[in-house]
Design a protein around this ligand. Structure first.
Ligand SMILES: [Zn+2]
Ligand SMILES: [Zn+2]
Length: 561
């Protein structure tokens, strides 16, 4: 162990002492020990132990710790400190620009335990509400984290989506061909993409040769028929060559999940792929109704397609209203009027304003008085924006016991209520189910917001029994949100088929905190396509009249329950 490693241990100990809010005098002395050790002209591992104590700037307790490090390779007090720090909080120490004292606030006061959660909180404008965190710090933190995450290698679908087309046209230029196609997780619209995959109509050898002189493309894995590169932004790109299979055959099978591809190959053995211009041609050669790549997950879809054409894919244009949005009354960036005007411009028929409720103090949640004010304001605004309509809603916190945030007298004043968990996210399945089921059974709950609280790539979400929740929603006429924020996409599309089977409505909601949040609807739609959601299953596809009728009918149904 050299001086640098010893200094690193002291420096980490100093930071963690501050993170845990322990004796700040101690933290300072560890930090200065780290500084001293790093600058020493002699190597401590070559110094006699008793001489260590006489080095200037190293006292008794520092000296003992150095010897412990040299003899055992670790420091007990440091190990203990690491043990009581969640791994996500440890990771926060890597983010430049937020020191340990700020991390302490982020962790203890904001209950944020990972880099991804912190990024999300910044984007929801929550960081700047705390002492010592200004707008500028917030912006800096966003930039640093985004860079940090990119360099780690896993991407949200939405991030890949921004890079995909430029990457493809770059390859088209290099290989002088249009016969280049996206495949894999990106093509199948899966929510997390670890590598962008493309099939190129050339041999693997040629691909390697052509790319060998391209700067910023580092070859990190080489297989018989594919090459994995790391591009400058940290994105991994896998390129499949066409060595012994026709281009369309490569594309088709790479666009299927493993089980789907196997089953298809077994059932349809004599397809002449070389004669197929596109994937549609492959399906007609198989005499099977077309199955889009996004739906080639489980084998069962093959039998569905045998029975008849699959329903038309839901499109962004099928979304008629913005359900779930936040204005500057709570933690949004824009006024309700600005949100409404932007929604009108984009062709939506209505906007559901669902600011945070009073328990969400960090998000400037609305108390009873402000709710009344907001309702008066929305009624006035509605006169100006008609026939467009703004609905009075709230994203009511599901409290610890599963109750909602307001009395029934207040809850009854909303057009609809979205119920979501925002606090105490760390809980057992039993506790989570108790809170959620209670909230679902509340006669004022219209929509269950982001079911598991997950933040993709950063927070797992609390454990739930999806079937039981869906059953409860069916029994209580509660709609399940498909939160379209690209970090949420919650309910997970893998559970939607059961909801549809139980006739539970889904609602693709952008949870917009700013005007550009409306664009997130795309990501909700793409995963909804995977689950074969159609207009009739999706509340936000209801036109204004239908939506109003739904709200009335829903209230009646709940009243008669
Ligand atoms: Zn929420
Ligand atoms: Zn929200």
């Amino acid at each position: 162990m050299d001086n640098y490693q010893i200094a690193d241990s002291f420096s980490l100990l100093a930071k963690l002492t501050d993170v845990h809010g322990e004796n700040s005098f101690k933290a300072k002395s560890y930090a200065s020990a780290a500084f001293t050790i790093e600058k020493l002209p002699i190597q401590l591992n070559e110094t006699a132990h008793e001489k260590i104590f006489s080095i200037k700037g190293i006292g008794e307790s520092t000296g003992k710790k150095i010897i412990e490090l040299l003899e055992t390779g670790s420091l007990k007090s440091l190990e203990e400190m690491i043990d009581k720090t969640p791994p996500g909080v440890m990771e926060l120490l890597n983010i430049k620009g937020i020191g340990p004292k700020k991390i302490a606030t982020i962790w203890k006061e904001m209950e944020i335990e990972s880099v991804g959660e912190l990024l999300y909180a910044c984007k929801e404008n929550r960081l700047k509400l705390y002492k010592g965190f200004g707008e500028k710090t917030q912006q800096n933190v966003i930039e640093t984290i985004e860079f940090y995450l990119k360099s780690k290698g896993s991407f949200l679908f939405s991030q890949i989506n921004l890079l995909a087309e430029t990457t493809k046209s770059f390859f088209e230029k290099i290989f002088f061909t249009k016969k280049i196609a996206f495949t894999g997780a990106y093509k199948r619209q899966v929510e997390i993409v670890n590598e962008l995959q493309l099939v190129i109509n050339d041999t693997t050898e040629n691909i390697e040769n052509k790319l060998s002189s391209v700067p910023d493309f580092e070859l990190i894995e080489k297989n018989q028929h594919d090459l994995l590169y790391r591009a400058a932004v940290g994105l991994k790109i896998r390129l499949y060559g066409c060595d012994d299979m026709p281009f369309m055959q490569e594309v088709f099978f790479k666009n299927c999940s493993g089980e789907f591809g196997e089953a298809f190959a077994k059932q349809y053995q004599d397809i002449d792929y070389a004669n197929c211009e596109n994937e549609e041609a492959i399906f007609s050669a198989a005499n099977l109704n077309y199955i889009p790549a996004s739906q080639r997950e489980s084998v069962s879809v093959i039998s569905t397609a045998k029975q008849g054409p699959l329903p038309a894919l839901l499109q962004v244009a099928d979304i008629k209203g913005i359900i779930h949005s936040h204005s500057n009354w709570s933690d949004g960036n824009y006024t309700i009027e600005e949100m409404a005007k932007a929604a009108i411009e984009k062709g939506f028929e209505y906007l559901v304003i669902s600011d945070h409720s009073k328990s969400a103090f960090y998000a400037n949640g609305l108390d009873e008085g402000r709710i009344k004010e907001q309702h008066i304001y929305i009624s006035e605004l509605n006169k100006q924006v008609a026939p467009f309509k703004i609905f009075k809603s709230i994203e009511s916190d599901i409290l610890n016991d599963g109750s909602l945030d307001y009395s029934t007298a207040i809850l009854s004043t909303f057009d609809l209520v979205i119920a979501s968990v925002h606090s105490n996210l760390k809980m057992t399945e039993e506790k989570a189910m108790m809170r959620l089921i209670n909230a679902i059974e509340n006669p004022y709950t219209t929509i269950l917001g982001h079911m598991t609280g997950r933040l993709l790539l950063s927070r797992k979400g609390y454990p739930v029994d999806h079937k039981k929740i869906i059953d409860a929603c069916a029994a209580n006429n509660v709609v399940i949100e498909l939160n379209a924020h690209p970090s949420r996409l919650d309910i997970d599309w893998r559970h939607i088929d059961y909801a549809l089977e139980k006739n539970v409505l889904i609602s693709i909601d952008p949870d917009a905190h700013a005007l550009d949040g409306f664009d997130d609807i795309l990501y909700g739609v793409l995963v909804a396509q995977k689950a074969m959601v159609v207009k009739e299953n999706n509340l936000s596809s209801f036109g204004l009249k239908e939506f109003e009728a739904f709200l009335l009918r829903n209230k009646d149904l709940k009243a008669s329950n």
